[in-house]
Design a protein around this ligand. Structure first.
Ligand SMILES: Nc1ncnc2c1ncn2[C@@H]1O[C@H](COP(=O)(O)OP(=O)(O)OP(=O)(O)O)[C@@H](O)[C@H]1O
Ligand SMILES: [Mg+2]
Length: 234
């Protein structure tokens, strides 16, 4: 097996004196989609914060492409190709679609190139290029946040609740794009509440509960019983 893009080894993380991750292991391979599932408060967003360098773990190691990146800043990890879409999307609501894409040119691409690839992937955004991002539908905003992330040529995308507040139809449309992105070789770690939708696209799944990995394995083999016991807390 080739070196994983992202590897969390026995990660512990706390807010103040309260530990919320109690020794979590997780691996994401190249071009692989890994679903991070679990009930509210399980520690999913905390894990994303640790993986993206926003929160320093109190113990354990963060490995990026086989190199120890524990304690590296979020900026340094971003330069290494790790791109995070946080809970709440991280777009600029008072800027237009085009201006939001302009903000992604710091990565070195020309705006015209970014626009071209964005509109090819998300035709809806082409019609809305002059619209303020904050006035678009939730699904369109999420397309824009994905487009901005892709403009930075990420090696791995960390997505926290891509589907938050969205209708099932648009969620499956977004996941088709996630599958297409992964097929281009980008790895994806995605936090998701709609387990069934993401399991159709993911290669691997990790179920987190109470800050510990409750189950992991091939997405196609994560059973209803495992999900039920994690979500019902039994
Ligand atoms: N900034 C913070 N300060 C203190 N405690 C926090 C902070 N952020 C999260 N927590 C606590 O850490 C635990 C894990 O929270 P986290 O946001 O990682 O859960 P989650 O799995 O993402 O939940 P959800 O599905 O509701 O988004 C929760 O008990 C939460 O209250
Ligand atoms: Mg969360």
């Amino acid at each position: 097996m080739s070196t994983p893009i992202l590897e969390l080894r026995n990660i512990r993380a706390s807010y103040g004196s309260i530990e919320v991750l109690h020794g979590v292991n997780l691996t994401v391979g190249r071009g692989e989609v890994v679903a991070l599932l679990g009930p509210n408060g399980a520690g999913k967003s905390t894990l994303i914060k640790v993986a993206s360098g926003i929160l320093r773990p109190s113990a354990g190691q963060l490995m990026i492409a086989g190199r120890d990146a524990t304690g590296a800043s979020a900026n340094a990890l971003a330069r290494a190709g790790l791109c995070t879409i946080p809970e709440g999307r991280g777009i600029f609501p008072n800027l237009t679609v085009r201006e939001n894409l302009l903000m992604a040119t710091y990565s070195g691409h020309k705006l015209s190139d970014i626009e071209q690839s964005t509109y090819a992937r998300f035709p809806r955004l082409a019609e809305r290029r002059s619209q303020l991002a904050g006035t678009m539908s939730g699904g369109e905003q999420q397309m824009l946040s994905l487009a901005r992330a892709l403009a930075t040529d990420p090696v791995i995308l960390l997505l926290d609740e891509l589907s938050m507040g969205l209708a099932p139809l648009i969620v499956s449309e977004l996941y088709q794009q996630v599958a297409a992105i992964a097929a281009e070789g980008v790895s994806v770690l995605v936090v998701e509440q709609f387990a069934r939708t993401v399991l159709g696209v993911a290669d691997q799944a990790v179920v987190l509960a109470h800050g510990k990995v409750q189950a992991f394995g091939k997405a196609s083999e994560i059973g209803e019983d495992v999900l039920a016991s994690a979500y019902l807390g039994s």
